[in-house]
Every structure is written in C-alpha cells, then in structure tokens.
Design a protein around this ligand. Structure first.
Ligand SMILES: *[C@@H]1O[C@H](CO)[C@@H](O)[C@H](O)[C@H]1NC(C)=O
Ligand SMILES: *[C@@H]1O[C@H](CO)[C@@H](O)[C@H](O)[C@H]1NC(C)=O
Ligand SMILES: [Zn+2]
Length: 983
C-alpha cells in the first residue's frame, strides 16, 4: 500500500498546479474501471500489430494492481499526512528519471474524438510502444504518464535473446507523474526492450498536452485537437520518458475523421481509409522523426486549410481556419517564413534538417507560439495578417515570432539543453536572434534597435529587484513541473537575450556566429549545458585572435551566475569609474550571495562629444580612465547603443552638459543613447542616485523630438508617474505638462499625414503617430478627442465599414470608449463578439477595459470568466482592466474573490499567473494596499500561486518601494511640474 496516490494537502496543491483536471483525475482514479487484460510476454502480438487504440473491448473486468491501492489511498486523503511529510526515498517519489533506461524510438498511434462521448466528455485513445535500452540493471520501469487511464495492462518484450521479466505490479504515481512498473526479474544492461501501453485521456480545453480548441465558422461550431507539450505535458498525451535529454525517434500515426487533416512533426507518408469498429476513419502515418525531445512533439487534427510554397528543398506551409486562409491572412507569413529560414541557415552555417516547416494558427493557444520541430504552432494573432485590420505592430510581432520559432529549429531543437535549468540559454538565444531574423525579412524597419525597449529596458525593471534571480539555476532546484514552468520568465527570455547580444557585440558578430556554428555542428541531435556554448565561442575567439580581457566563460559567469546588473558611474572630473549592483530600492536587502560579490566584467563602448572611442573594460569595482576626463563643455556617454547590459550614471556636471546637448543638438547623441539617457535617469532617480527632477528634465527636450524610441521610453517611464499619481492632485499638473510636450508631436503628425489622411512612411513613425494620438487624447487635447470620437461614431453609424486606419484602431477604440458610455461600450462588445479576426478582437478586448464607468468594468470582469473570453485571454483582460485607474480596485477585488476558481480553471498549462499578480498590483503604493497583499498571500497559501509564487514576493517588494518613493518624491514632482508648465 506504500505505493498509492498519496493526496495529502501539500501534495494536493502540486496536483492542482498541474491543471484543472487534477481533482477530477484523483476522483476518477478511485473508481475501479474495466480493462482488457493483455498477456505479458506476448511479444509479437503487442509489438508488431498496432491494434487501433480505443477499440479494445471490455472483455474481462479485472482490477489491475494499483487500482485497488488507489481507492484506499484516496480514501485516506487528509487523514494521514505522513507520506508527504516524511521524505520517501522510493525512486518513484523523485521528480527525475533514474539513469537506468534510455529510449530509442516510439511507435505511437493516437485517435482524438472531436465529438463528446456518452459521458459528454471529449477523449482521445492511443497506444504506444517504446523501445528502450537498459544501461544499468534494474527491476523497475519509470515512465512519465499524467492523467492517462490505461485501457490494458502494459506489456514488456525483450528485443534480445534473454526473455523479459514479467510485470509484478504497476500503478500511476500521481504526484511525480509516473507509470511505475515493478518487474519480477531484472532488465539487463546492454539489452533493449519494448514496452507497450494502451491508454485513454481527456481531450480537455486546458491548453496543455493533447487538448481541444473550438471556434465557429459560418455559424457552425468546430472542434480541433492540438498539442502543447513544453515543458512537461507530452506525458499527458502518451506514456513517455518526458525529459529533454531523453531524445528518441518517433513514428506517429493519427486516426481521424475523413473530413479532417492530421499533421505532425514529420511529413505525411501515407493516409488511407480504415474501418475501426464499424466507423470509417482516415489513418495518417508520418515519416519517422529525427532524434528529438518529447517536448517538441506535436499533432493536430483539424479542418484547416493551407497555403504553401517551396524554399529550396523545404516545403513551407501555413495552416489556419478556412475563412482566414480564404481571406489571404496566411499570405504574409508565407512570404517571410522561407526567407527567414534561409537566413538562419546561413547565420548558423547549418542546413535546416527537416523536409518541411509548417506554421499553424490556433484559435486557443496559451503561449505566443511553440517551436515544435517541423510543426510550429501560433496564436492566430501571432501568425495571421490582414492589411485591412492589422496594424504595423501586429505585422512586426508576426515577423519576430516566426523568426523566434525558426531560430529554435537549430538552437533548441537540433541541439537541446540537457535540463530546464538552462532554459535561459534556449529562450534568451531565440529572443536575441529573432531580431536578426526579422531584420532580414523587413530590412526597412530598423528592428534590431527594438531590443532595447522590448527586452533590455523591460527586464532591467525586474532584474533590479532584490528578489531577482540569476539566469542559471541549479539542476536540483528545478525539479517539479511548476518549478519548470516558473523558469519561463522575463529573466530567461529578455535578460538572456540582452547578455547574449552583449556577448555577440564584444566578440563581433562574425566571431559569435563562427562559435555558434561550431557548437551546433558538434552537438547536433544531442544535448548540452550552457558552458558548451562558451567553449565553442572560445575556440572561435582563439582561432580569430579576438582580443578580450578574460576568456569567454570568465566574462560570462559574471552575467550568468549572479543576478542583477551593475550601474557604472563615471566622474568626468577625475576619470574615475565605479560599478555597483543596481537596486531599484537601495534599501532592499540582498540575501542571495554571489560568487563574485556583485562585481562584473563590463565592456564599455563610449562616445565623447559624439565621437566613438576605443572600447574600455571595467574589470574591478573601481578604476581610473584618464580618457574619460573632460574639459569645458565636453560630454561623454557610456554604453554606446546600449550594447552592454548595465546602466550608467555621471557626475552632475556631465549630466547637465548632456541635458543641454539634448536641448540644443539632440541628434549629436545617437538615438539609442537618447533612449538610454531617459531610461537610466528615471531609474537612477527611482534608486535615489540622482534627483527625480533631473530625470524629469530629460523629458523637456521631447517637445522637439519626433523619433519613436525616445518618446516610447519617456512614456513608459512616465507610466510609473501615472500609476503613482493618478489618484492624487499631482495628476492635474502631470496631465498639463505631458499635454504641453505632446502637442507639437500631434501637430507634426497632423502635418505629415495631410490632416490624418495618409499613413506615415517609416515603420517607427507609424508607431509614434499612435503615441501622439494616444497621449494627446488622454491629456485632453480637444482636437484629438473630437477626431477620435468622430471616427468612432462614423463606425457606429455604419458598423459594416470600419473607417479607422488599422494602426490607429487600438488607441482610437480606447480613447472613444473612455470618453463614451454604455452605448459605445456595448457597440464595441458586440463588435468583439462578432469579430472573426483575432487581432481585431484583441484590440477591442483591450479597448473595452478603457471605460471609465465602474459598473461597465465590473460587468466586464465577470465576463472574463465566461466562455465569451477565451481561456488564453482571461488573465490579460483582467490586467487590462487593472491598468485603468478606475478598474484597478475592481480588478483587485475580483481576483481576490475568485482566486481559488481562477487558479483551478486557469492553472493548467498556464504561464500567466505571474503577469496577473504583477498586473493587478502594480499601482499599489499605500500601507493599506501592502497589508491587503500580504493578507492575500497568507489567505491563499493553501491554494497556492503556482507559477505566480515569485510574483507575490515581487509585488510585495514593489509595493514597499512605491510607498517609500511617494513619500520622498511627491512634493518635488509636483513643484517641478508646476514650474515646467508654460502659462
Ligand atoms: C512474480 O513472481 C512471484 C514469485 O516470485 C509470483 O508469485 C508471481 O506470480 C510472479 N508474477 C508474475 C506476474 O509473473
Ligand atoms: C479515466 O478513468 C476514470 C475512472 O473510470 C474516468 O472517470 C475518466 O473519465 C477516465 N478518463 C477518460 C479520458 O476516459
Ligand atoms: Zn522560444
């Protein structure tokens, strides 16, 4: 009985974290169900004929071993907590597979049912035989399996001459997600075996594993089956050795309705009609995959249509709903996928290893996209483009996401991290090179610069907290599925991208690419740890005699093994430089020790009076560099183009010279450094390193700035001022000042667009036009409000023709709904419900949160948990509402009141809890709110926060910092604003 499903309270939490169905599974498992018992050792029958899954009749009713155990163990729930408090050392209580067995290949057949069964649930059935090698003698087989019911006893076959031992006992170990098989004898090292299982699972709408997605087409409800395996849900589709290093080859067969198309990683090699228990089905078989990890598997059964092309020998296909394909929404993706793939082939100097690359747009999808090898899945809004409704921002997102996923085809799929603790390398890398790939597809956009706003500055905000964490984690600390989910955070993606960009920059791109190519070619089809990449970059450094002051791993250890980043301070009077760990809250206590005592090797590219200087390395906490001394009105700017992952502070005199230069000749400072000056100044002020008024002074020159990025940076930073002040009297002054600064920009765009009749040429100009309208309207510039209200009512009068230019829709909808009442809101809601285009629906969904009428917002919150809002969108909708000053307290109350429900219903396969928690609490700035937050944490300890656990801590820390900031700065800000407002 020691091997039951122990569901004590703490373990129960783990189960719930894993998904909405956990509770159902626990209940389910307590029921003894009928089975067909197959004979152990019946070699040929089980391994060569794949009986159609799910067709196994219930011939005998025997309870398999473990089933009875289940019942008993479940009954004891809550009464005996012993099994979890006493750490057990049974191999099946460990979250990592033992080192005894290695898979070689799988034969997998799956049959998803797109109609509910007699119990009114959607299911899939399947069978799998896995061939594995034994590398150490063992009498135990542990194979991952989660939420699957076995429909027959598993059977084991020896592939060598010695017969396989018989199966003594088997059961599902729920907490660690194993199918445990105890054997009567020993598996011998060096021998291969085959394990056959038949199973059934629910095709739930939980966005994880093998799941279903729904949509309506011409009024008809359609159901499709699709997958999301990463990180640990392949085991929810079939029993498998579900760890990234357990690579194998997969032979996949899908049974499906003849009216549907089945897709998988490999090319289809055969699709024939078959009769299964009197039902006519199509049996589609796919080419054996290359050696790959389970988390990259995918299968999809749908009625989708396709557009396709060839790029050299590689077939490129875009799949989507029939209506979307008919409306040519796959065209843009089709045009850029091939060229981006080619770009990466040459960048990596490695050919694409597969014959095809499919991109599939899914109506329900949790992440932005998923890099399944050969069968990439996307949210619709991340793949489908329609010039009549999509903005240029939508287009940019599509280009960068496609590039990100294609980058993984080599970096991640061909060469895979050994364990999830190195996820940052995988995601950071793809998040960096996505800009290179997108730049290749759209060279006019200047998109490489966008990494500053999109990643570097964004993650600085998180990495400057004492609760941050290093990029690299220990393997032992990332064990449980929810710990694995938690590493998919901004640090992994954006800090990873930022430090790899810095590395590529100081090595130079050719050297970086050379090392990369050697790494990929050396480790193809196998697994690595991050230091393997350093080794190969070092080889490239040595071969090219590139000069760096330490070797690659010594430099990078500083950025990878310690959290945070430095602020480099230069005193231009003396040439003295210092570096310190930058903390947004200078009084926060850093408990995490660093092996390098928070000191970095900092590459400093810099300019003096606009002229680029030789790179300088700051290798100690303090140093002197005579070249950085200035005389007269000479100024210096460090961290040219923000290629390094650090902030810069100056002596007051240099700051003043920089502010003067911004006002007199802003273009003598490169645009990325104008962005940097604004962002660094605001954050240095937050950290009490410079005066808040100095930061505000960096915005004075904006009345003459027309470039997008500095404006965006300023607005992002002022966003904090809005959050802190929009419930106080300072708000009026803030609005007056911003309105005054933005008015020239509004006029500029009015002019260059011929009174809003043309679209600006430049990609970023189009973005800045949106900023101009958004800020002009929100600060109450009359021309602006009239303009957007006019457009919106024109649309309301004739809903079939939307007169609003796609780039401007988000901001126009938001401004018009904010200025309007129930009539505008209901109109937009109806347009949202009837919208068949995801990007349009997304804009409306965001804009509906802009209302200033509390009851409308409360009703909207209620809607978020109904079927009108897709599960994937629920948390972001709540965050939108919380962003609105009127919606903030409503959203917080709502989340608190519904936490248990939200957690249960939205926990499965979800990475968005940390966003939700951070999103609804980011305005918190009073002692009262801090208490509420702590109370919330304590009240829900038993339910848990899943992937949002860290976010709770971050939110508490942030609230404390806000309280302090307000008390220190409120009056200064108000006085400064008063002085800056022209009468
Ligand atoms: C396993 O071995 C035990 C005795 O060692 C025997 O009683 C049992 O029947 C065997 N189980 C199977 C399934 O062969
Ligand atoms: C698994 O078995 C349980 C118990 O019989 C049942 O309630 C559940 O619906 C089954 N799951 C599927 C997908 O059939
Ligand atoms: Zn990725």
């Amino acid at each position: 009985m020691g091997k039951g499903f122990y569901i004590s309270k703490t373990v129960g939490v783990v189960g719930i974290v894993l998904g909405a169905g956990a509770v159902a599974t626990i209940i389910a498992l307590s029921v003894v169900y009928s089975q067909e018992k197959s004979k152990n050792g019946d070699v040929i029958a089980t391994t060569t004929t794949i009986s159609p899954p799910g067709t196994t009749g219930t011939t005998t009713t025997t309870s398999p071993p473990g089933t009875t155990g289940t019942t008993t163990a479940t009954t004891s729930t809550g009464s005996t907590a012993a099994p979890t408090t006493v750490p057990s050392n049974e191999p099946w209580d460990k979250y990592r597979l033992p080192d005894t067995l290695l898979p070689d290949s799988y034969e997998l057949t799956l049959w998803p049912r797109l109609e509910p069964d007699s119990r009114n649930i959607y299911i899939f059935t399947g069978s799998s035989s896995v061939v594995f090698r034994c590398v150490k003698d063992t009498d135990l087989i542990l194979i991952h399996s989660n939420k699957l019911n076995l429909t027959a006893d598993p059977s084991l076959t020896a592939l060598g001459s010695t017969p396989a031992p018989t199966i003594k006992d088997y059961w599902m170990q729920v907490t660690t997600q194993y199918l445990v098989i105890q054997l009567n004898g020993t598996l011998k090292a060096g021998e291969s075996y085959s394990l056959f299982t038949e199973f059934e699972g629910e095709l739930a709408d939980d966005l994880g594993g093998f799941y279903r997605s729904e949509y309506t087409e011409s009024g008809v409800r359609k159901v499709l089956a699709t997958t999301q395996m990463q990180p640990t849900d392949a085991r929810k589709a079939f029993p498998c050795f579900d760890e990234p290093a357990m690579k194998a080859e997969f032979n996949i067969t899908i049974l499906h309705d003849p009216s549907t198309v089945a897709l998988s990683n490999g090319k289809q090699i055969e699709s024939v009609e078959v009769e299964v228990t009197g039902i006519t089905l199509r049996k589609t078989t796919f080419e054996r995959t290359r050696i790959m990890s389970t988390y990259l598997l995918a299968f999809i059964v749908s009625e989708f249509d396709v557009v396709e092309t060839m790029e050299g020998d590689v077939q490129i296909r875009i799949f989507a709903r029939k209506e979307a394909i008919a409306a040519n929404q796959g065209e843009y993706a089709l045009n850029i996928t091939g060229p981006i793939l080619k770009f990466f082939e040459s960048y990596y100097n490695a050919t694409y290893p597969l014959p095809k690359s499919d991109q599939v747009a899914l109506p329900d999808f949790n992440a932005g996209a998923m890099e399944n090898w050969g069968l990439i899945t996307y949210r619709e809004s991340a793949l489908l483009y329609d010039p009549s409704v999509s903005s240029n921002g939508n287009k940019e997102r599509i280009a960068t996401i496609i590039a990100h996923e294609l980058a993984h085809m080599w970096f991640g799929n061909l060469v895979t991290i050994r364990w999830w603790n190195d996820l940052w390398l995988n995601e950071g890398f793809a998040s960096y090179v996505e800009y290179l790939g997108a730049d290749h597809a759209e060279p006019e956009w200047n998109i490489k610069d966008m990494i500053i706003l999109g990643d570097v500055h964004r993650v600085f905000a998180i990495d400057a907290l004492a609760s941050s964490h290093p990029l690299s984690s220990n393997e032992e600390d990332i064990m449980r599925p929810e710990q694995i989910s938690e590493v998919f955070d901004a640090i992994s993606y954006s800090k990873g991208a930022s430090v790899l960009r810095m590395l590529s920059d100081f090595l130079t791109e050719p050297v970086f690419a050379q090392g990369l190519s050697s790494y990929l070619n050396t480790f193809e089809f196998s697994n690595t740890v991050y230091t393997d990449l350093w080794d190969h970059l070092q080889l490239a450094v040595d071969a090219t005699h590139t000069s760096i002051p330490r070797n690659v791993s010594e430099i990078m250890d500083r950025w990878v093994l310690q959290m945070g980043f430095p602020v480099v301070t230069v005193n231009t009077a003396t040439g003295q430089l210092t570096q310190e760990h930058f903390l947004l809250d200078p009084e926060s206590v850093v408990e995490r020790p660093s092996p390098f005592n928070y000191s970095w090797f900092v590459p400093i590219q810099w300019i003096k009076n606009g002229a680029e200087q030789n790179i300088y390395w700051l290798l100690e906490k303090q140093d002197l560099n005579d070249a950085m001394r200035t005389t007269g009105d000479e100024w210096v700017v460090l961290n040219l183009n923000v290629s390094g992952y650090y902030r810069v502070n100056y002596d007051e005199a240099n700051w003043n010279r920089l502010l003067t230069t911004l006002q007199t000749s802003p273009e003598s400072i490169p645009v990325l450094n104008r962005v940097q000056l604004i962002d660094d100044a605001f954050n240095l002020a937050r950290a009490n390193r410079i005066l808040t008024t100095l930061a505000l002074r960096t915005t004075l020159y904006l009345s003459a700035e027309t470039e997008y990025m500095p404006w965006k940076s300023a607005l992002d930073n002022l966003d904090y001022y809005y959050l802190m002040f929009d419930r106080s009297e300072v708000y009026g002054y803030l609005q007056a000042y911003i309105g005054q600064q933005v008015e020239p920009l509004f006029k500029h765009f009015q002019e260059i667009t011929d009174n809003w009749t043309k679209i600006p040429d430049g990609h970023t100009d189009q973005y800045n036009q949106v900023n101009a309208i958004r800020m002009a309207c929100s600060t109450g510039l009359e021309n602006c409000t009239e303009l957007v209200k006019g457009w919106f009512s024109e649309w309301m009068n004739n809903p079939s023709v939307n007169p609003i230019e796609p780039n401007l829709r988000s901001t126009v909808y938001c401004s018009a709904i904010a200025a309007g009442g129930a009539k505008e809101w209901d109109f937009a809601w109806n347009m949202f419900l009837s919208s068949t285009i995801a990007i349009e629906a997304d804009k409306l969904r965001a804009a509906l949160a802009c209302s200033t009428t509390p009851w409308l917002l409360n009703r909207y919150l209620e809607y978020t948990l109904t079927s009108n809002i897709r599960k994937q969108d629920a948390t972001s909708t709540i965050i939108y509402i919380a962003n609105n000053v009127v919606g903030q307290p409503l959203a917080w109350d709502f989340v608190r009141a519904n936490w248990a429900y939200i957690f249960r219903e939205y926990g499965g396969g979800s990475f968005s809890f940390s966003n939700l928690i951070n999103g609804v609490t980011k305005r918190f700035s009073t002692e009262f709110e801090l208490k509420q937050l702590e109370q919330f944490r304590d009240d829900n300890n038993d339910i848990g926060f899943g992937s949002g656990t860290l976010a709770i801590q971050q939110s508490i820390e942030r609230t404390r910092a806000n309280i302090k900031w307000l008390s220190q700065n409120r009056n200064d800000v108000m006085e400064w604003l008063k002085g800056a407002i022209k009468a």
